[in-house]
Design a binder for this molecule. Sequence first.
Ligand code: NAD
Length: 303
Amino acid sequence: MTRYAFIGLGNMGLPMVKNLLGADHQVQVFDLDAGSVEAASRLGATGSKTLSEAVMGTDAVITMLPAGPHVRSVYQQLFELVDDKTLLLDCSTVDIDTSLWCHEESRKLGLRFVDAPVSGGISGAEQATLAFMIGGQAEHVEQARTYVEPMAGKTFAAGGPTTGTAAKIANNLMVHINLLANSEGSQLAARLGLDPKVFHDIVSASSGRSWAQQVWYPVPNILETSASNRNFDAVFRADLSYKDLGLALDAAEQHSLHMPATELVHTQMADLRAEGYGHKDCTLIAKYVDPDGNLEGYTPEPA
Ligand code: NAD
């Protein structure tokens, strides 16, 4: 049995904790939101009122926090609280600089840290099928693979420090550009008179096939997993898409790369947010194909 601390019990963190508990591990949890700590306690975790209480005596600390600033704030404290007996794993999606800072500060203090972001979304967290991409010193990465196994479908040794984060950022820009392709292709096909289901079947067997087309397709009554069946209530929030695409654009700028497709889909996520739809699903960008913003499966909500 492993003793884990789990920090950040949101949409992803809570089901991940459930899977650790389901594999008979002990999990000590902390979140700024007391209600989330209570929810995890009801699942069998040990609730903590402070970060220091949560990490006491643990083999591994997992953080699953919104973004870079939250991660830096928590690790600033963690560095004073743990020693080299505890492996630190950050599973949040953050910028490369934050990930590098965590690695460098850990190394200076003689601590073990890996960046270990995940792909697979809330359903992957619930079903313990997340893909973990882990970066760090090879021996720490191997240790981390064992610790994340109860939550994972697949684990990858991505390479040295920050490579897990780099893989996550690059992967997420790819799925979002694919989403843009699905947004435009699906609407054009409908306007050209194709039956939506027939067209989706054709693409599934043709060169337009992609993960976004198989899971996120923004047309109702074709895929059970599509947010379009539920008035675009979020499977993956536009806010998160905007954040992830911004991380990619920042990294591109640092390396003088030109990524106009990423910029375009980032702008559409910014537009959704500006309209007050940051909480809706990212696939709602499909409404921008029609100049009037009309989209099959979407009824605008009163402001
Ligand atoms: P969330 O906003 O639902 O949960 C984040 C939790 O962190 C909240 O409960 C919040 O109270 C807590 N928190 C914030 N600051 C804290 C602090 N200083 N100390 C303790 N707790 C703190 O977010 P989420 O959807 O669970 O995502 C978590 C991370 O996983 C993000 O980086 C996200 O980009 C990434 N991610 C999300 C998904 C997804 O589908 N939601 C998929 C893959 C990766």
